[in-house]
Design a protein around this ligand. Structure first.
Ligand code: AHM
Ligand code: MG
Length: 281
């Protein structure tokens, strides 16, 4: 698995370099979620495939930008699922975006999640990696290597409320819950790149990121295998909590389609407990 982590590091450095002088235009293709692909979505996907396919330990790749599973060595152990460029609709406004990776052993299930990583392409390149129990923040140094910065931990309760989904399609239960958090003093922070919004919550030590079921997207928008599971793994290992509104953890869910979506909530213990009470009475 170490080799895969190293290859992910190489891939995100290449993507970060390419982002300095990017082509921000759209291609003519749509991905499986129906989003028109940016040329840079496709390029990021190619960069990651190019690096990871060097590993003999790679059984298959699952990407937001690939319709089907891409199979490699059948006897190998690891399947990597990834979102090559999360928040890519913000490329034109030059906000921080990132790549998200989940490393599964043998079968794609949250029970088999062995590591989760994400990169942030902001003013500097950062990588958050959880391979065991600790969530570690790294920063790229001038020599092109990642330096360990610190371990990330969530507090019991935060101050940030990152509220996803179109508000006019929220149901009353969700709208009242979100309103209640603002009345308690929570501050709105929402960029539109899940990876950056969750990074902010992790770095500031707490808060809530929500992407609920809505009337226009009853199963939510965010994808389980390469967005929800890896970020839930990181948040929970950092001492936070997650839910889909009913379950005690997003990591209890199972999906059979590679592009399946789910409502999802990531936060500190306090906000997730409050949400479970508001949702389930
Ligand atoms: P993407 O992977 O195509 O960029 O889509 C996922 C993004 C998330 O990063 C973000 O939280 C969400 O879509 C934003 O959606 P919305 O504009 O509905 O708030
Ligand atoms: Mg995404």
């Amino acid at each position: 698995m170490q080799e895969l982590v190293k290859l992910i590091q190489e891939a995100v450095i290449d993507i970060s370099n390419a982002l300095k002088f990017p082509d921000t235009s759209y291609s003519e293709e749509k991905n499986s979620s129906g989003d028109t692909q940016l040329k840079f979505d496709v390029l990021s996907d190619e960069i990651i495939t190019h690096h990871l396919s060097k590993s003999k330990a790679l059984k298959a790749l699952i990407s937001e930008e690939k319709e089907e599973i891409l199979k490699f060595n059948e006897n190998a152990q690891f399947i990597v699922a990834y979102d090559p460029l999360d928040g890519s609709s913000l490329m034109d406004v030059n906000f921080a975006i990132g790549s998200i990776f989940a490393i599964y052993k043998e079968e794609v299930s949250p029970k088999n999640l062995k590591a989760a990583l994400y990169s942030i392409y902001g003013a500097r390149l950062e990588l958050v990696c959880c391979e065991g129990e600790e969530v570690k923040l790294y920063r790229l140094n001038e020599g092109g290597k990642f330096d360990f910065v610190k371990e990330l931990k969530m507090a019991e309760k935060g101050k940030i409320n990152a509220t996803g989904g179109t508000q006019k399609f929220w149901d009353n239960k969700h709208a009242n819950f979100i309103k209640g958090l603002f009345e308690e003093g929570y501050r709105l922070r929402y960029s539109g790149a899940m990876v950056s919004d969750i990074h902010q919550i992790l770095l500031k030590g707490g808060g809530l990121f929500s992407y609920p079921a809505t009337k226009d997207a009853p199963n939510g928008k965010l994808r389980a295998l390469f967005e929800i599971f890896p970020l839930a793994f990181i948040i929970e290992k950092a001492g936070g909590a997650t839910t889909n509104g009913q379950n005690a953890s997003l990591l209890e869910l199972e999906f059979h389609q590679i592009h399946a979506t789910s409502p999802c909530f990531f936060g500190s213990e306090y906000e997730i407990n409050k949400l479970l009470k508001a949702y389930n009475g």
